[in-house]
Design a binder for this molecule. Sequence first.
Ligand SMILES: Cc1cc2nc3c(=O)[nH]c(=O)nc-3n(C[C@H](O)[C@H](O)[C@H](O)COP(=O)(O)OP(=O)(O)OC[C@H]3O[C@@H](n4cnc5c(N)ncnc54)[C@H](O)[C@@H]3O)c2cc1C
Length: 459
Amino acid sequence: VRIEGLAARLAAIVGPAHVLEDPDVRAGYELDWTRRWRGTALLVVRPASTAQVAATLDACAAAGVTVVAQGGNTGLVGGSVPRGDAPAVVLSLGRLVQLGPVDTTAAQVAAGAGVTLAALQAHVEGSGLRFAVDLSARQSATVGGMAATNAGGIHVMRHGSMRSQVVGLEAVLASGETVSRMTGLVKDNTGYDVCGLLCGSEGTLGVITALCLRLIPERAFRLAVMVGLPGTSAALDVLAHARRLESLEAAEIMFAEGIALVGEMTGVRPPFAAGYGCVLLLEFAADEDVTDAVAAVLEHAGCPDDRLAVARAPAERARLWELRERLTEVVNVVGVPHKLDVTLPLRAIPAFADGVAELVRSVAPDARAYVWGHIGDGNLHVNVIGPDPDDDRVDAAVLQDVSARGGSISAEHGIGVAKARWLGLTRSAADIAAMYAVKRALDPSGMLNPGVLFAGGAP
Ligand SMILES: Cc1cc2nc3c(=O)[nH]c(=O)nc-3n(C[C@H](O)[C@H](O)[C@H](O)COP(=O)(O)OP(=O)(O)OC[C@H]3O[C@@H](n4cnc5c(N)ncnc54)[C@H](O)[C@@H]3O)c2cc1C
C-alpha cells in the first residue's frame, strides 16, 4: 500500500475541494443509513465525470487501496460504507448529475449515476412519461446506486425492478477501462449482457457512471385503496382478486404493531378503526377511470366496508401512502434495526408472517419485530429492534427459516456485508463459484467493495 501522496494525486484529478480528509466532513460518508454499519475512510473523493472516475480508480489501484462506491448512502445492507481493516477510499458519485433530454420517441432518458430518483422524476414530469421504479428514499437514492443494488420498490409487480429499466449503462472497471453502452438500443444481441451483470453487482464489479433508462407512459387515472383485514391469508385472497385487473401496480402490506408505532410517533393512522391484523394498500393506474372495476373486485373479495378507504386525488393518495412510507423512518428512530429483506413463495407467506415474531423472540427475548413489505412480490421486510448491531443470531435464525421455506435472503436490498455470510442459503456452491469467477476476472486484486457479497474473499 502506497498511500502517501494519494490525496495530492486525487486532488490533481478532481480538484482539492473534492478530496475530503477532515474526519468531521468524512463522517456522513462513513456511517450507513441504519447506523448499523460504519468504518473509516482514508478519504472521500468526489469526481465529476467518467474520465475523473477512471483516473481516480487508476490512482487508487496504484496506491493499493480499496474503493467503496457510494451514491446516496441509503443502501440497507452496509455495502456503501467502508469496513474492515483494508484502507479504503469512498468514491462518491454525487457530482455526476447530468440529465439528457427526455426522448419521447424512444421513451428513454440518459442520467448520470449521481442523479437522485427525485431529480429524475422531476426532470421527466410533464413529458407524458414517467420512470417505473419508485421508492421512499427517492430524495437521496441515486440511479447509480439503485442500478448497483437492482432496487425494487413499489411497482415491481407491474413494471419490474431496476434491471428491467436499464437500457444501457456506462461503467469504469477496476482496470480503469470504461465500458459504454449508452446508445439506447433496445435490441442489441452482441455477447454478454454487461448492463445486466452490473445491475445488482453492488459496487463489486465496476463503478457505474451513467445510465440510459427506459420510461413508461404516465397514466391519467390513479386510485389507491387501503383495507384493514384479519391477517395475511385474507390479504392474499384480496390480492388474488385484485391481480385480475391489469391496472394493479402496487400491493403493500403492513401489520398492526408497525402501524401503531407510526401512529404513536407521527400521528399518521389508517382512516378507519383499529381491530385489523394487517392493512393492505393497493394502487391502480390506468388511462380511464377504473373505480367501478376496482369496487367490483373488492366486493367480490369480501373486503369489509367499514375498514376500507379509497383515494383518487393526489393529496388523498399521498395521505394513505404516508403510513407505509413512514414505517422505515420510525423504526430507524426507535433503534438500530436489523433489516432482513426477504422474499418467499406467496403460499409460504402466512406461516412465515405469523411465526416470525415468535422466532425472533426465541433467539432474543426482548427484541421487537416490525414487518411490512411489497406483498405483491412476496417481499417482506422484517425489521428487528433490540439485538446489538453486531449480534447476528436473529439474522441467522430468520434467514435460515426463509431459506427452509423456499425463499431468498434478499428480495431487493442486496447482500452487502449484512448477508454475505448467508449467501449459501440462497445460492449453491456452483452458483457462488461462477459469481466469484466473474468477480476475479473483472477485479483480480479485489479492489472494489471487498467484503460485499463474498464474506472473507474467495468462497
Ligand atoms: C427509506 C428507505 C426506503 C427504501 N426503500 C427501498 C425499496 O422500496 N426498494 C429497494 O429496492 N430499496 C429500498 N431502499 C434501499 C435501496 O437499496 C436504496 O434506496 C437505493 O437502491 C440505493 O441507492 P443509493 O444511491 O443510496 O446507493 P448507496 O447506498 O450509496 O449504495 C448502495 C450499494 O451500491 C453501490 N453503489 C452505489 N453507487 C454505485 C455506482 N454508481 N456504481 C457502482 N456501485 C454503486 C454501493 O457500493 C453499495 O454497495 C430504501 C432505503 C431507504 C433508506
